[in-house]
Design a protein around this ligand. Structure first.
Ligand code: PAD
Ligand code: ZN
Length: 362
């Protein structure tokens, strides 16, 4: 197999030929059809998560099941699947309470060797997936079968960015029809929050991003108002657009303490602020204690769009098939596996909504 491997903080990913470890009884081998390049992969490569190399990166992917272990019941060879970056075991405390995005087995896959190098050393895979590869060995609890004609490049996005963003709006924040929404950070995940807010029937969606290409794209995905932080304090700009009150729903989709404070500040009293961005593992954020009390805002964390993947992946597929969720325009660039480092550069340069590896063999 070929895979793109995190070998050290701030070093380029190394595209290597590896030997997959033998699948266990509950594993399926998946031929990866497409993999999106998400900011969380880049954050891991920058050392924002304390995960030791070598790690096969990639956690947003779709493909087809090639073979299954003897105990696998949930998928069969030939099935089209979207990989879930948090598995849904179906039996733990959280899964039985319909909170599968908090599944207690969420970290199991991260600890498992997925491949070896010629020297015998073992590699793990990000979220137990490792979608930056031409194949991956995945526990069946992290696979969702989908029946659709949508291309893999669109299904891959449902594996992380789309589910996180649309789910943040629909499941976590529960955006209400007619409400005012403000979204800070309009990359692949932020544009999905915008689409989720549009699907929920928000009256106004304010997109905040310093990059013009992102703001222009945001209009296509449903934004009604645009804020460029270069034009002045984004909190003041949002307040000006909302009669001085702020938005009913504020979203931070960047992962930085200062923009978390902005999202909170641009939410009106009694409104809901949702933190979607993944910060560095050791970052801290401070809020006014008096304000937490007096303004009665709801401050919510958000893992994986609070998604129940077996409910939500088919739901988002259906929305896309019926033209109500735009996945096609989320794919800015199609690349080969060997171009993944350039995709990281393009992400940091603000050139793309999503780069998608559509040729994992090359
Ligand atoms: P991205 O890099 O595509 O988007 C980030 C956006 O923020 C870009 O459009 C930037 O231009 C924009 N930006 C930069 N500075 C500012 C600023 N000062 N104000 C407003 N916007 C700014 O990343 P992404 O969309 O792939 O991911 C976004 C975050 O979501 C990131 O932190 C990622 O790790 C996180 C994430 N969280 C989950 C989850 O489960 N909560 C899942 C997937 C991704
Ligand atoms: Zn992601």
């Amino acid at each position: 197999m070929r895979a793109a491997v995190f070998v050290g903080v701030d070093e380029p990913l190394s595209v290597e030929k590896l030997t997959p470890t033998d699948p266990g009884p509950y594993d399926a081998v998946v031929r990866v059809g497409a993999s999106g390049v998400c900011r969380s992969d880049l954050s891991l490569a920058h050392g924002h998560l304390p995960i030791p190399p070598p790690v096969i990166l990639g956690h947003e992917g779709a493909g087809a099941v090639e073979s299954v272990g003897s105990a696998v019941t949930r998928v069969q060879p030939g099935d089209r699947v979207i990989a879930a970056f948090v598995p849904a075991c179906g039996r733990c405390f959280y899964c039985v309470r319909d909170r599968t995005h908090l599944c207690e087995h969420g970290m199991d896959g991260m600890m498992t060797a997925k491949a070896t190098r010629d020297d015998g050393s073992a590699l793990t895979a990000f979220s137990g997936l490792g979608t930056f590869a031409d194949q991956m060995t995945v526990h069946e609890s992290a696979l969702v079968k989908v029946e659709t004609d949508l291309p893999d490049e669109q299904l891959a996005l449902i594996g992380c960015g789309v589910t996180t963003g649309v789910g943040a709006a629909l499941n976590t924040a529960r955006v209400e029809p007619g409400s005012i929404v403000a979204v800070i950070g309009c990359g692949g995940v932020g544009q999905s929050v915008i689409q989720g807010a549009r699907i929920a029937g928000a009256a106004r969606i304010i997109a905040v991003d310093p990059v013009e290409l992102k703001r222009t794209a945001a209009v296509d995905f449903g934004a009604t108002d645009l804020v460029d932080p270069a034009d002045g304090d984004p909190v003041a700009q949002v307040q000006q657009l909302t009669g001085g009150r702020g938005a009913d729903f504020g979203f931070e989709v960047l992962g930085r303490p200062e923009t978390m404070n902005q999202a909170y500040a641009m939410t009106r009293r009694g409104g809901t602020t949702t933190i979607v961005g993944m910060p560095s593992w050791d970052a801290e954020v401070t809020f006014s204690a008096f304000g937490l009390f007096y303004d009665e805002k709801r401050l919510l964390g958000c893992v994986y769009g609070s998604a129940q993947v077996h409910r939500d992946f088919p739901r988002f597929v259906s929305l896309a098939e019926n033209g109500r969720l735009d996945l096609g325009h989320m794919v800015s660039r199609r690349i080969a596996l060997g171009e993944v480092n350039d995709a990281f550069r393009a992400m940091e340069a603000g050139e793309v909504i999503r780069s998608v590896i559509t040729d994992p063999q090359r």
